[in-house]
Write a protein that binds this ligand. Structure first.
Ligand code: GLV
Length: 357
C-alpha cells in the first residue's frame, strides 16, 4: 500500500497519457480504484501540483486556459466522475449533474462567486460544494479601488488625450473628475470584500461610509464605521457606489433605472461583483444622459462583452475584462484552495471553505 502510494505520486507527476502500456498491471489496478476527477481548466500550477502529488485521485484536465472546455466535451468527460473542479465559466446545472451520474459527490469551484452553480440541484443530490472566498479579498479590494480612481479621475480618457494630440495648454476645468475626500461611499452588499474596499478607501479622507443589505451587518459595519441605510438612501446619498453583493434571484438587475434615477448626477457607480446585478440598458441610459457621472465595471453580461456593445462607446464608462482577483499570488491561492477543498471533500472531511447548502 505504502509502496503503491509512492509509485502513484511519481506517476501523477508525469504525463500519464505517454505512459499507457508501460504501467504494470498492479499499478494500473491501484490507479483505477482511485476516485476519478475532472478538472475543467488548466488551473494555476499550485492546485495541479496538489492534485498530482496527493496520490489520492486520478484526474483528467481540459488542458487550456485560453479556451473554456466546450459544453459537449464537458458532458462527455463528467460521466461517472467522483469529483469535479470547475471555474466560473462552467454552468453546473441539472443536465450536467444528470450526465455525471450518482458517483459525483464533490464539486469544487475556483471562485468566490457561485451563481454558475445550481445550488438546489446540488443539494438535492447530496453533492458537497467547495469555493474560494477570503484568499481573493485583498486582490479584489485593490482592483476595486484602482477602478474607482480610474473612473472618477478619468484616467483612461486622460491617457488617450495625451497620446492622441488632445493635450493642448493646461486648462482649468479640462478632465476634471470627482474626488474621494469629503465624499460618502456607499456599499451595496456588505461582506468581507466591501469591508476591505472601505478599509482601503478610508485613508483618502472619505467622510462617511454607508451600506445596505438584506439585513444590517453590525459586526462588519463596525470595522469600517459604516451606517446601515435603506436602498433608496444608499442611492441618494452615495458619491461613490460600490456593488459588492452576490448575484442571486433577489439581486438580479437590482441596479436599474430605479436606482440610477435616484443617484446624484455627480455619482460614480462601480461594479466588481457580477454583471447580472446591473440592467445594462438602464446603465447606458443613465451614463449617456448625465444622470450619473461615470461607471467602472469589471463584470458584464455577457462576458466577454461584444466590442460593439453601446457601453464601449461611452467615455464615462470604464470596462475591465473581469480581472478583480487576477494577481499571481491570489490566483495560485485560489487554485490551491480549490484543490484542497476537493481532496478533503473526497476524503469525507470538512472542506477548508465549503458552501452551506
Ligand atoms: O469573479 C470571481 C470569482 O467569483 O472568484
Amino acid at each position: 500500500m505504502w509502496c503503491n502510494r509512492i509509485i502513484l505520486r511519481q506517476l501523477h507527476r508525469l504525463n500519464l497519457s505517454n505512459l499507457n502500456g508501460t504501467l504494470t498491471t498492479s499499478t494500473q489496478r491501484a490507479m483505477s480504484t482511485l476516485p476519478r476527477v475532472y478538472v475543467t481548466r488548466q488551473i494555476p500550477p499550485e492546485g495541479l501540483r496538489i492534485l498530482r502529488e496527493s496520490g489520492q485521485v486520478q484526474f483528467e484536465l481540459w488542458d487550456s486556459d485560453d479556451v473554456p472546455v466546450p459544453r459537449e466535451e464537458l458532458l462527455k468527460k463528467v460521466k461517472g466522475v467522483d469529483g469535479l473542479l470547475c471555474v466560473l465559466t462552467e454552468k453546473i446545472d441539472t443536465e450536467l449533474l444528470e450526465t455525471a451520474g450518482p458517483n459525483l459527490k464533490v464539486l469544487s469551484t475556483m471562485s468566490v462567486g457561485f451563481d454558475h452553480l445550481s445550488l438546489e440541484e446540488l443539494k438535492t443530490r447530496g453533492i458537497r460544494v467547495g469555493y474560494t472566498p477570503d484568499v481573493l479579498t485583498d486582490s479584489v479590494a485593490e482592483l476595486t479601488v484602482a477602478l474607482l480612481l480610474t473612473t472618477s479621475r478619468r484616467l483612461i480618457e486622460a491617457t488617450h488625450e495625451a497620446k492622441t494630440g488632445g493635450w493642448g495648454t493646461w486648462r482649468t476645468l479640462w478632465l476634471c473628475g470627482h474626488e474621494l475626500a469629503n465624499s460618502t461611499v456607499g456599499i451595496l452588499g456588505l461582506g468581507r470584500i466591501g469591508v476591505a474596499i472601505a478599509e482601503r478607501l478610508a485613508p483618502f479622507k472619505v467622510k462617511k461610509f454607508i451600506y445596505t443589505d438584506v439585513v444590517p451587518r453590525p459586526e462588519l459595519a463596525s470595522l469600517i464605521n459604516a451606517e446601515y441605510v435603506s436602498f433608496e438612501e444608499l442611492a441618494e446619498q452615495s458619491d461613490f457606489l460600490s456593488v459588492c453583493c452576490a448575484l442571486t434571484p433577489e439581486t438580479k438587475e437590482i441596479c436599474n433605472k430605479n436606482l440610477f434615477s435616484k443617484m446624484k448626477n455627480t455619482a460614480i457607480f462601480i461594479n466588481t461583483s457580477r454583471g447580472g446585478v446591473v440592467n445594462q440598458e438602464d446603465l447606458y441610459e443613465a451614463l449617456s444622459t448625465g444622470q450619473i457621472a461615470g461607471a467602472g465595471l469589471d463584470v458584464t453580461v455577457p462576458e466577454p462583452l461584444p466590442t460593439t456593445h453601446p457601453l464601449f462607446t461611452l467615455k464615462n464608462c470604464v470596462i475591465l475584462p473581469h480581472i478583480a482577483s487576477a494577481s499571481y499570488s491570489t490566483r495560485n491561492a485560489m487554485s490551491s484552495l480549490a484543490a484542497n477543498n476537493l481532496l478533503r471533500g473526497l476524503r469525507g472531511e470538512p472542506m477548508i471553505k465549503e458552501l452551506k447548502l
